[in-house]
Ligand binder design. Sequence first.
Ligand SMILES: [Cu+2]
Length: 108
Amino acid sequence: MKREWILAAALAAGLAPVAATAADAPARSSAAAGLSAGEVRKVDREAKKVTIKHGPIENLKMPPMTMVFRVKEAAMLDGLQAGSPVRFRAEEAEGGYVVTILQKAGAK
Ligand SMILES: [Cu+2]
């Protein structure tokens, strides 16, 4: 009797944290509105591309790096230049990654 109770408790203790972790991950990124931090390295308005040195991108499970993104609209690049701190949302699309939200971040 007692042994069964301990087994059940151990199972519950073992399973609960796993379930909580899986549920927590999306909650944490949406807490930050799903935006990632970065710094613009290059703006190519004509090609609708922007190079961003970015921090971790949780929704794409991407570690920090510098890379080129396509942007949905060239107008999203208005007011941005190399060195601009930004917050952005990127989504995986055919043939690469597309920035769907791009905001100039406050002074660091
Ligand atoms: Cu990247």
